[in-house]
Design a protein around this ligand. Structure first.
Ligand code: TRP
Length: 335
């Protein structure tokens, strides 16, 4: 397998910032795709703890607790440490060294015009983010990716500008030092359309999320209080699944053979929103049960998550240092 032929390059790299418990939006937006490609690709998935620090630097203490929780959520969702390399960015120092080298070749204007940079500065105006580190967020991300010379990077739509920058940085480094980095392609998740409980984007900060480790009772309460289609003010008013928050959940979670029955019951007002919600609670429990079961292994053995990370860190380090050394040879920076 040649590193520079993207079509044959089945190596995958992706990361997530450790910022709290994962929810169903993360699962259907990103994780499901990660789980599915484990069997067909060589996967490196990492906890982007340095990236979390770019916005949390003033109060970094919380990050440490989020790191193992993220890995537990991954494994609970179906990532298998025997198939994928699961590791922690800050424990593979090569990420920092490549970040430094790539920062030399990245024009500041590319970073300043990055749309996510401008948006985040505004959105997170309460935090002081006029820092060198925050401006360099995409350079660190480019390093995370290019260090492993992958063919593909599974990401959500929001990360596309960063991936484009990664490709530009790769091109610039290739131009300066000779062809070295393959240009990684985005692998977009097809199914990222799970709304939050209130119809807005699912997000912990909106309070409209169902966690991957949500207890059955709490989950039921949330589902039963979901807003449904406005057309169904009374039980006898027919509704329209296309306008209802619940239906996208059924489409993702309920046995597809039952969907016609749901559509029929709603559009002919032969069953109520309460019935529809009860069915969703059942479907969601069927989905969450194996997730909860896989998480139990971590409750039994507190060391397990750290063992997984340690093994993953070692594998990632081996690959990263090999690629970084080869790059440094090109720069004549081996002493
Ligand atoms: N920026 C990504 C996010 O917020 C996280 C991330 C960091 C990442 N490094 C990466 C994703 C490398 C993919 C590849 O979701």
């Amino acid at each position: 397998m040649s590193d520079n032929a993207p079509k044959e390059n089945k190596r995958i790299v992706s990361g997530m910032r450790p910022t709290g418990a994962l929810h169903l939006g993360h699962y259907f937006g990103v994780l499901k795709n990660w789980v599915n490609i484990q069997d067909s690709h060589e996967c490196f998935f990492f906890v982007a703890d340095w990236h979390a620090l770019t916005t949390e630097y003033a109060d970094p203490k919380r990050i440490k607790g989020f790191v193992p929780e993220l890995v537990k959520d991954w494994v609970a969702a179906g990532l298998d440490p025997e198939k994928s390399v699961l590791f922690q960015q800050s424990q593979v120092k090569e990420h920092a060294e490549l970040h430094l080298l790539l920062s030399m070749v990245t024009p500041v204007s590319w970073l300043e015009r990055c749309p996510t940079y401008k948006d985040q500065l505004q959105e997170l105006a309460a935090k002081e983010l006029n820092t060198y580190g925050f401006l360099g967020y995409p350079v660190l991300m480019a390093s995370d990716i290019l260090l492993y010379k992958p063919g593909f990077v599974p990401v959500g739509l929001d990360q596309l500008p960063h991936l484009e920058l990664t490709r530009e940085i790769a091109r610039r480094a290739n131009h300066l030092y000779g062809n070295f980095f393959p240009e990684p392609q985005a692998m977009l998740t097809p199914d990222s359309k799970l709304p939050g409980l209130d119809g807005r984007k699912m997000s912990k900060s909106y309070g409209n999320a169902i966690g991957l480790s949500e207890e059955p009772g709490a989950m039921k309460k949330k589902v039963m209080s979901m807003l449904t289609c406005e057309k169904r003010a009374r039980l006898t008013d027919p509704g329209d699944p296309k306008e209802c928050n619940l239906f996208p959940y059924h489409e993702l979670l309920t046995d597809p053979a039952r969907l016609p029955e749901i559509v029929d019951g709603c559009t002919h007002a032969t069953w109520g929103c309460g019935d529809c919600k009860k069915l969703l609670v059942e479907s969601m429990n069927a989905f969450l049960e194996p997730v909860r079961d896989r998480r139990k292994a971590f409750d039994k053995d507190p060391k397990l998550v750290w063992d997984i990370l340690e093994a993953g860190n070692a594998k990632a380090r081996a690959r990263a240092s090999r690629n970084l050394d080869a790059l440094k040879k090109k720069l004549n920076f081996i002493f």
